[in-house]
Design a protein around this ligand. Sequence first.
Ligand code: 5RP
Length: 231
Amino acid sequence: MKQIVADAAINYVQDGMILGLGSGSTAALMIKSLAKEINSGKLKDIKGVPTSFQSEVLALELNIPLLDLASVNKIDLAIDGADEVDPSFQLIKGGGACHVREKLVASKADKFLIVVDETKLVKNLNKVFPLPVEVLPSAWKQVKDMISEIDGVSSLRMATKKAGPVVTDQGNLILDVLFKDGIIDPKGIEIKINNIPGVLENGLFVDLADEVLVGKIEKDAPVVYSPSKIN
Ligand code: 5RP
């Protein structure tokens, strides 16, 4: 499902575009498909703006020309995965702890295209997937306490194959937050959390996604569809 949706996203890419290169396993498949098109000469004059160390390394290995986020005024198209997508295309991202740069890239893009498999579609955000919040290392406990005042239960994301917490590409830590009833008001929660001192950014992407491509299995074969936003 992830491969077919990653391939479908490449149909949106045109010669000469500056592309935001997302993070996570689905975006990685998209970057590999993009590299094939560039290296075979089917797509020309493409430049990528990575959203993470992961996408930067992958793009470099695959010879996709890269630009720094700071050096571009606008991005034509950003393609990225998501952890949850609600019916009005509000998102939770940050499962890979990359949501700070992902949000910067998405905000600079003329079009923000999301690629997911159908397991990511939810009625209400945060019933299952915790909201990632990037915090300054020295502030994690204070932020955790302040999030509990708005009824969020946070846990510090711990690393595997390393003792202690996950450290982000920016050198910060991640709190994963669950609200008892999920997130009913994504815009309100996005603002409330970002107003807490010590918070760098949270993984709510509100009113940013323009189109969502969904991969699913139908009659034993993978298919892609693009649902409409329900306001
Ligand atoms: C990383 C992200 C990813 O896009 C999100 O976690 C989805 O990843 P995957 O495609 O591996 O399910 O937001 O910070």
